[in-house]
Design a protein around this ligand. Structure first.
Ligand SMILES: [Zn+2]
Length: 254
């Protein structure tokens, strides 16, 4: 496991990482690598950005400020952080990469592109583990699903013949909910079926709204927990807040 939370990082591993980074390779030959520690730190960075988004969602209950401007930027940052986690996962697995374009370390997206290029040349595809943010988004989606329920995408073809009689209608029949289908597509169904179809669509819209509300409740609940934790930690010794506010400041040579 790359990101097993119980997996302690041994001091030896730390040393290995330092050694590898400090080795005196010419820049063009420096091996590309990631430590398990770096992978976990980047995964935490993505989670910290998520925490900020959730905290902003609930702080508006206590201050008359509109904070919408944060969200698109935070979403973009979350995406960047998640890409960095995935790219670090590829490096950690020593995935094969096409040559880099320059001597600088590659950006996360370039690591993806270079691995994709290597795979298209026949290298084995590497599968880094899914990030914590990915798991979060998957679980969040599932929170809304009970409200929406499954809907049918694969519908039988409408049996009607088109107006000029030349061939069978190519549309799917209407899905009416509850595993029931209409006798034809919207044009070829009966008026009663069309009414039932409209009702089903309205129910779906309502269910989607309900799912959105369930997700919002889940997010704000988590946001309240996160902000409580922040304020508790703020006053604990060793917190960044405490370090900054101690008489000699936060910077001490180790
Ligand atoms: Zn039809």
């Amino acid at each position: 496991m790359l990101d097993d939370p119980d997996e302690a990082v041994s001091p030896d591993e730390d040393e290995d990482a330092a050694t590898l980074a400090d080795l005196d390779y010419p820049a063009s030959q420096r091996p590309e690598f990631a430590t398990g520690r770096a992978y976990q730190i980047l995964d935490e960075v993505a989670l910290r950005i998520l925490e900020i988004r959730l905290a902003l969602m609930v702080v508006t209950e206590e201050v008359s400020l509109r904070l919408d401007d944060f969200y698109p930027r935070l979403t973009a940052l979350e995406l960047l952080a998640d890409q960095a986690v995935g790219a670090a996962g590829l490096l950690l697995l020593s995935a094969e990469l096409d040559d880099a374009w320059g001597s600088q370390p590659s950006r996360p997206q370039a690591v993806y592109a270079r691995h994709k290029a290597a795979v298209s040349r026949g290298a084995p595809r590497a599968f880094p583990p899914a990030s914590s943010l990915w798991h979060f988004n998957t679980v969040l989606k599932a929170v809304g699903e009970p409200a929406i329920g499954p809907d049918f995408r694969a519908r039988p073809q409408c049996p009607a013949t088109i107006r000029d009689g030349s061939r069978q209608c190519s549309n799917g029949v209407l899905y009416l909910g509850g595993n029931a289908f209409a006798s034809g597509c919207f044009s070829h169904a009966t008026e009663a079926e069309r009414d039932r179809y409209r009702q089903h669509q309205d129910d779906r819209t309502e269910a989607n709204v309900e799912a959105g509300q369930l997700q919002h409740l889940a997010l704000t609940g988590l946001g309240r927990k996160i902000t409580r934790d922040w304020l508790r930690r703020r006053h604990e010794p060793g917190s960044l807040y405490q370090l900054i506010n101690q008489p000699d400041g936060p910077f001490h040579p180790e």
